[in-house]
Ligand binder design. Structure first.
Ligand SMILES: Nc1ncnc2c1ncn2[C@@H]1O[C@H](COP(=O)(O)OP(=O)(O)OP(=O)(O)O)[C@@H](O)[C@H]1O
Ligand SMILES: [Mg+2]
Length: 577
């Protein structure tokens, strides 16, 4: 109910369509209801008495009511489509905008597959229910009630048949409608499963192929697909019994009408036209009940979909913006004070009591074993998530007090896995700074050691990247991700293993460019090689989420065992300076 109320809010701009559609439907139904009565008069009064002008008059009436009915029907379809399609489009837009505010926590909680199903098939199911409601929710009950009243008034001799048939039909429809809601909710859940698997496998198709896991993946998919198929078949089969069953009941009614009618016609208490009209009204009653139950079934299917939509819209986002958030420019002084972080479902902190200070323009190097928490630490800076304990200060003020847009505008972040989007290279770089001039683009490309390879591509900056930039090498992707971060001239630059796929000459070039051209920028460099961070003003050595050493290269070499051990192992392995 809550879901219906909330989604009802989206009807605001389409109130007129929502009102006019059912009104036009009332016109169509009224015309439909008049037809059998006009026919009855035509037969019993006109044809039976050989009154040709009367027959002609009734004929004209029938034609006119058919034309009005047509106009009402077409108008109703037109306005209901308009209302429902626009409504769905607005809901999809809101969902997408909300999803864009999600942090990794909310996205993981829903799973990508489910979010896609909600945005597509759930919205469609609500749209269909809404359209049907506008088109036939009025039609069904109105046809039913109208026909029952007309039979009571004009064919009371046969009314007793309705007293048996109608309750039977209503009971059957009640149960089918109720049950179908449960069945289709299960279908929707199975669709989530299929979508999640599909999405995961398409994204990772190269890995699947490289490890020759196609057969195993196909088996897993097949399992999920089977579940979906079974649930769909159960739902459709059970719901499919409804139509033949109701037809059967109505046929019983027709037989009873003919039998009872024949007796009464013979006794001279009933005219033939009344029997024909009654049979017509009986099919109208069936029609009315069927359409009502179809709409109810669709609504029963749409309610779980509506609830899922509302869940996405109402999901509280973990990373929130403070009221009256700061929009002052950022200098880049950073203080971590006793910062700990735990991933939402983990049992253990992955960062423990992290404390350090950096002045604007300084360079911080982070080094430590795999899984020691380096990426997690730098992700706290653009607030991809917030610390579980402790506080981070930016220029002396809590990081949380800054407007997210201000904060992120001043941070150039490159993730460990270079992520680029399909589209031209310059579009990708301009994500860093939309209005970058071509000089700024060239400077950033130069600093990231990307000028040469971009120059060699057939269309240069206009070269189109495929989805996931699969038409570039790993090192080329890293260079472009770095260019994107540099082009915004950020106050804070975060390079999470960004130069790992670069040869040592290029890496040196990048480091020098950053220290010369971006010397006001506070830079965080996550690296696996000491050589990459040797020049840093502050090196943090992480082990199992803790800082086990901090200082310059020289200081750490002298007094830190962890650092000495890493240094020794890299010297031995011949990791180049
Ligand atoms: N989304 C997540 N949910 C739960 N645990 C996570 C998540 N991301 C990372 N972790 C865990 O947090 C710990 C630190 O991960 P992190 O990515 O920060 O390590 P890292 O030092 O960057 O490692 P690497 O050098 O391999 O990049 C790891 O034990 C990892 O398993
Ligand atoms: Mg990492």
């Amino acid at each position: 109910m809550q879901a219906i109320k909330q989604l009802g809010g989206y009807l605001g701009p389409y109130k007129f369509f929502t009102l006019i559609a059912p009104l036009l439907m009332v016109l169509e139904v009224t015309m439909d209801l008049l037809q059998p009565t006009i026919m009855q008069h035509m037969i019993d009064t006109g044809i039976a008495n050989g009154d040709n002008p009367y027959v002609l008059k009734m004929f004209v009436w029938m034609l006119m009511s058919a034309v009005f009915g047509l106009v009402g029907g077409i108008g109703c379809s037109y306005y209901s489509s308009k209302a429902a399609i626009h409504f769905a489009s607005d809901v999809r837009q809101s969902l997408y905008e909300k999803m864009m505010t999600y942090s990794a926590k909310e996205r993981d909680a829903f799973t990508t597959g489910k979010l896609i199903t909600i945005l597509t098939s759930d919205v469609e199911s609500v749209q269909r229910a809404f359209m049907m409601t506008l088109r036939i929710f009025v039609r069904g009950p109105l046809l039913f009630i109208g026909a029952v009243i007309i039979v009571f008034v004009t064919a009371r001799e046969l009314f007793s048949i309705l007293l048996i048939i109608v309750p039977l039909l209503i009971i059957a429809m009640y149960f089918f409608t109720k049950y179908s809601g449960v069945l289709y909710r299960r279908v929707q859940e199975a669709i989530d499963g299929v979508n999640t698997k599909l999405q995961e496998n398409l994204a990772g198709i190269r890995v699947v192929k490289a490890f020759r896991r196609e057969t195993q993946q196909i088996e897993q998919f097949s399992g999920l697909n089977d579940t979906l198929t079974k649930r769909f078949i159960t739902a459709e089969q059970i719901v499919g019994v409804l139509v033949p069953f109701t037809m059967f009941v109505v046929n019983l009614g027709i037989i009873a009408a003919l039998w009872l009618g024949a007796i009464k016609v013979e006794a001279g208490t009933l005219k033939v036209g009344v029997i024909l009209a009654f049979i017509n009204y009986l099919t109208i009653i069936l029609n009315g009940l069927m359409t009502s139950s179809m709409v109810l079934m669709q609504i029963a299917r749409a309610i779980p979909s509506g609830e899922r939509i509302v869940d996405v819209l109402n999901k509280e986002v973990a990373v929130k913006e403070a009221e009256n958030a700061l929009t002052a420019p950022i200098q880049g002084a950073i203080d971590f004070q006793n910062v700990s972080y735990r991933y939402y479902e983990s049992a253990e902190d992955v960062l423990k009591n992290i404390t350090f200070s950096v002045k604007p323009g300084q360079t911080v190097g982070l080094i430590g074993k795999t899984g020691s928490g380096k990426s997690t630490l730098v992700k706290l800076l653009p607030r991809l998530f917030d610390p579980t304990c402790g506080e981070i200060y930016m220029d002396g003020k809590p990081l949380k007090d800054y407007a997210l847009s201000t904060l992120r505008k001043h941070i150039g972040y490159t993730s460990q896995k270079a992520l680029l989007f399909s589209g031209a290279i310059d579009q990708n770089i301009r994500l860093g700074k939309e209005d970058a001039t071509s000089v700024e683009l060239q400077q950033a490309l130069e600093a990231a050691c990307a000028t040469e390879f971009v120059g060699r591509l057939d269309k240069g900056l206009a070269y189109e990247l495929s989805q996931g930039a699969t038409n570039l090498s790993g090192g080329q992707k890293q260079r472009l991700a770095l260019t994107r971060a540099l082009v915004r001239q950020p106050a804070i630059l975060v390079l999470d293993d960004t130069t790992s796929a670069l040869d040592s000459a290029s890496e040196k070039h990048v480091q020098q460019a950053i220290s010369h051209q971006y010397n006001d920028t506070t830079t965080f460099i996550v690296a696996s090689k000491i050589a990459s961070i040797q020049q840093a003003d502050l090196i943090l050595v992480l082990d199992d989420g803790e800082i086990v050493g901090q200082g310059t290269h020289q200081q750490l070499l002298q007094n830190n065992e962890f650092y000495q051990a890493i240094y020794a192992s890299q010297q031995k392995a011949g990791v180049h300076q």
